[in-house]
Design a protein around this ligand. Structure first.
Ligand SMILES: *[C@@H]1O[C@H](CO)[C@@H](O)[C@H](O)[C@H]1NC(C)=O
Ligand SMILES: *[C@@H]1O[C@H](CO)[C@@H](O)[C@H](O)[C@H]1NC(C)=O
Length: 320
C-alpha cells in the first residue's frame, strides 16, 4: 500500500470535515434582537427578533442585508435592508445629480461645477454638496456630479469627500473625511467602524473600500459610495469625460430624522408637509431650478438665500 495515498486520504477527509463544520456554522446564525430607547417610539424597550433572512445588525458578509428597526416608524417591526445607498429610494442623490424627494418624486438639479449648494437646511442640521463637472464645447450648461458633502449640526461639522482619481481602481479607497476640521481615517475593510471621541458621529464601512455609512444619532444617516463616471455613461450622455480624470463622485442616500416643517434645501424642501413638487411624478427628466436659492459660499456654510432655518451652535441632545 502506498503510505502517501493513505495520508492524503486522511488529510482530504479532515479538510472535508472542516468545510462541513464551517458550512453548518454559516447556515445558522441566531437572530439578534433589536429595540428602541426613545420614549416616543412605538418600539420603546420592546425587544424585536430580527427576521431569519437578515439575522444580524452588522452582517460580516458585505452582500448580506442587515436587520433594521426603524424607531420612527408607526409600526414596530424589524426588517431587512441593504446597507449601500439605494439610488432609487427616497432621499437619494446619484448620477448627474438625480434626486429622489421625500415624496418619492424623481428630479434633476444641475447647479454649476465647482460650486456648493444646500441639500438640506433645517433647524438642527445643514448639509451642503460640492459639485464637480464638465462643460463640453458648445453646451449651455455644465454636467455636474456631487463630489463632497459638508454637514453641520450643533457646533460640529463633518465632511465626506470623493478623492480625485485619474484612472478608477475599485481596490483603492477614494473616501476622505474630516470631523470638526480634523481629518480622520476609518481603517480599510468591510464593517470597520470609527466613532468620534464625543460619540456624536459613527462611520462604518459597508464594503472594503469606497462605501460608508454615516450615523449622527437622531439627526441623519447617510449611506454613500464613491463611483467613477463609467465609459458607458459617458458614451450614452456624451459628457466628454477626459482620459485623465475618472470624475470620482458620490452616490448618496439620506435618512433624515426629526425634520422641522420648515426644512429647506434642494432635497430638504421635498420633506415639507405642504410641499408641492414642481417636478411631476412620471415626467421624464424633470429639472428643478433654484441655483440662486441654494448656492452657499463653501462646503460648510449656511449662507444660501433659503438657508435661514439652520441655527448653528444649537445644543445637540445628549446621548445616553
Ligand atoms: C469645524 O469645527 C471646528 C471645531 O469646532 C472649527 O474650528 C471649524 O472652524 C469648523 N469649520 C467650519 C468651516 O465651520
Ligand atoms: C488632464 O488633461 C487636461 C488637458 O489635456 C489638462 O488641462 C488637465 O490639467 C489634466 N488633468 C490632470 C488631473 O492631469
Amino acid at each position: 500500500m502506498n503510505p502517501f495515498g493513505f495520508q492524503f486520504a486522511v488529510i482530504l477527509l479532515l479538510l472535508l470535515n472542516a468545510i462541513m463544520v464551517l458550512e453548518t456554522q454559516a447556515a445558522y446564525v441566531k437572530p439578534q434582537r433589536v429595540t428602541c430607547y426613545k420614549r416616543y417610539s412605538k418600539c420603546y424597550l420592546k425587544y424585536i427578533t430580527c427576521p431569519s433572512e437578515c439575522p444580524e445588525i452588522h452582517p460580516k458578509d458585505p452582500y448580506a442585508k442587515e436587520c433594521f428597526l426603524d424607531c420612527y416608524s408607526p409600526k414596530c417591526e424589524a426588517v431587512c435592508r441593504k446597507r449601500k445607498p439605494n439610488c432609487d429610494g427616497p432621499g437619494a442623490a446619484c448620477y448627474d445629480p438625480r434626486f429622489i424627494g421625500g415624496d418619492g418624486i424623481v428630479f434633476y438639479f444641475h447647479g454649476k461645477k465647482d460650486e456648493h449648494f444646500s441639500i438640506i437646511s433645517d433647524v438642527n442640521v445643514q448639509i451642503n454638496a460640492r459639485f464637480i463637472g464638465i462643460r463640453p464645447a458648445g453646451r449651455s450648461r455644465d454636467f455636474t456630479w456631487i463630489q463632497a458633502i459638508g454637514l453641520m449640526f450643533g457646533s460640529h461639522n463633518f465632511t465626506l469627500e470623493a478623492t480625485k482619481a485619474e484612472n478608477w481602481d475599485q481596490e483603492a479607497d477614494h473616501l476622505k473625511f474630516t470631523y470638526n476640521g480634523i481629518s480622520l481615517s476609518v481603517p480599510l475593510g468591510h464593517s470597520s467602524v470609527w466613532n468620534s471621541p464625543d460619540q456624536n458621529l459613527e462611520l462604518e464601512r459597508t464594503s472594503a473600500t469606497n462605501s460608508i455609512r454615516v450615523t449622527i444619532q437622531e439627526i441623519v444617516e447617510i449611506s454613500a459610495n464613491v463611483v467613477p463616471v463609467t465609459e458607458e455613461e459617458d458614451a450614452i450622455h456624451s459628457y466628454g469625460i477626459p482620459k485623465n480624470d475618472s470624475f470620482a463622485h458620490l452616490e448618496v442616500q439620506f435618512r433624515l430624522f426629526d425634520l422641522s416643517p420648515k426644512v429647506e434645501g434642494i432635497l430638504g424642501r421635498t420633506y415639507q408637509p405642504s410641499f408641492k413638487n414642481p417636478a411631476k411624478s412620471g415626467v421624464d427628466m424633470a429639472v428643478v431650478g433654484g441655483d440662486d436659492k441654494y448656492k452657499t459660499s463653501s462646503l460648510l456654510s449656511a449662507d444660501c438665500n433659503s438657508c435661514t432655518v439652520f441655527t448653528s451652535g444649537k445644543k445637540v441632545a445628549e446621548r445616553k
